[in-house]
Design a protein around this ligand. Structure first.
Ligand code: PEP
Ligand code: MG
Length: 402
């Protein structure tokens, strides 16, 4: 049975950080999760009742009846909050002062599209296509990939569907393309692996371009760091297009090609990205990992993972500003985009497009609807100038009241 069709009530791991792909997958299963618990496997025995409080990161083993009752109450409240939010599903995400914001969804597999449509998302901002390759013995061929991409493109009925080319490597590997290396996060991952394994990339690009004929498909390239990688990738796409032309196969000639900004070098050397690409998407999970030199899968350093670190905020501001000035659409598709605590801060930095797990979308929309951009400008600027983490957190709390 595919992983996603199992019925799990919750998920606890001893390893991993909150932005590891284990955590992202748990989010997409819609279940409470705790990662990096260290000793959970020693503490929990087969058949025991456990409470997984994913909000506070608390695991309660064999709870007494009063505790269990309290948590059942909380679970119901949580559920009724979610039900209430459904009322704004069809409401356009517009700030109080009338600025439109795009709220898109992240997906891992074609079947996630059901939930995306229920969430009221106005597009798919990130389809992590590599999940088609995981948990199986073989690699999906061109036709299988084409069907998957076309399914999503058609289901979204003309809304943008941003499909990311393979981001294999690091904490997502398939046996046939395993190239671990001494430090996988900094090794042959994503577009690097693809350029080293051109056959895999060629098959995927053919499938993507063919699917572009059936909907509003955009192609997003992960882990770009330099102009030569951009050029090689664009050249590669041109070659695949030529082949399709020769074979008389239909595709959208103007399919937009975008790049993930998730390596500090890309953020700092932004000009070449805005010049050569049609859109950008900031992968904060990796951007934070590489900026702060914190392995996102290593729970030993998870406490150092800090989206509010001034270095991170300045990189974000730089990319959002630079893209806005160049007139190149930019979104954030890392976990930061779905966290309510950061919605206003990102709006204040000029972000107008967010992509997140569908379960987070209505909460974020609610926050957008209650935000007035003129009112948050000065606090946002103060946060950017703050150099004391306590002060930053105080200011952020102020930004988020009301
Ligand atoms: C990111 O790095 O923020 C991102 C969206 O990509 P992934 O989490 O798949 O690495
Ligand atoms: Mg990434």
């Amino acid at each position: 049975v595919p992983f996603k069709q199992h019925h799990f009530g919750g998920c606890v791991t001893d390893l991993g950080g909150v932005t590891s792909h284990t955590a992202i997958l748990a989010r997409s299963l819609g279940i409470p999760a705790i990662v990096g618990a260290h000793t959970a496997r020693q503490m929990v025995r087969e058949g025991e009742v456990v409470i997984v409080d994913g909000v506070h990161g608390v695991l309660i083993v064999d709870p007494d009846p009063l505790v269990l009752e309290e948590y059942q109450k909380r679970q119901h409240e949580h559920e009724s909050q979610r039900q209430k939010l459904k009322r704004i599903r069809g409401t356009p995400a517009t700030t109080r002062d009338g600025t439109a914001v795009d709220l898109h969804a992240n997906i891992e597999l074609p079947q996630d599209i059901e939930q995306v449509r229920e969430s009221g998302a106005t597009g798919v901002g990130l389809f992590r296509s590599e999940f088609l390759f995981l948990n199986r013995g073989d690699l999906p061929g061109e036709d299988e990939q084409f069907e998957a991409y076309r399914h999503v493109a058609q289901a979204m009925r003309g809304m943008p569907v941003t499909i990311r080319t393979l981001d294999l490597g690091a904490d997502k590997t398939v046996n046939s393309a395993a190239r671990g290396g001494p430090n996988p996060a900094m090794g042959l991952r994503a577009i690097r692996l693809c350029l080293a394994e051109p056959q895999m990339l060629r098959i995927q690009l053919r499938a993507l371009l063919r699917a572009s004929h059936y909907g509003n498909v955009k192609i997003l390239v992960p882990m770009l760091s330099s102009v030569s990688e951009i050029n090689q990738t664009l050249q590669f796409i041109d070659n695949v297009k030529q082949n399709l032309d020769e074979e008389g196969i239909a595709y959208n000639r103007n399919v937009p090609i975008g790049g993930m900004i998730e390596i500090p070098a890309a953020a700092l050397a932004l000009n070449v990205f805005t010049k050569k690409l049609d859109f950008l998407s900031i992968g904060t999970n990796d951007l934070i990992q590489y900026t702060l030199a914190i392995d996102r899968t290593d729970e030993e350093v998870a406490h150092l993972y800090d989206p509010l670190h001034p270095a991170v905020l300045h990189l974000l501001a730089h990319v959002i500003n630079g893209a806005n000035k160049a007139g190149v659409p930019v979104s954030v598709c890392g976990e930061m985009a779905g966290e309510l605590a950061y919605t206003r801060l990102l709006l204040g930095l000029g972000l107008r497009q967010f992509s997140m797990h569908p379960s987070q979308l209505l909460g974020v929309k609610q926050r957008v609807l209650t935000t007035s951009l003129p009112e948050i400008t000065s606090l946002t600027q103060k946060i950017m100038r703050a150099d004391d983490p306590m002060k930053t957190r105080d200011l952020l709390a102020k930004l988020n009241v009301a």
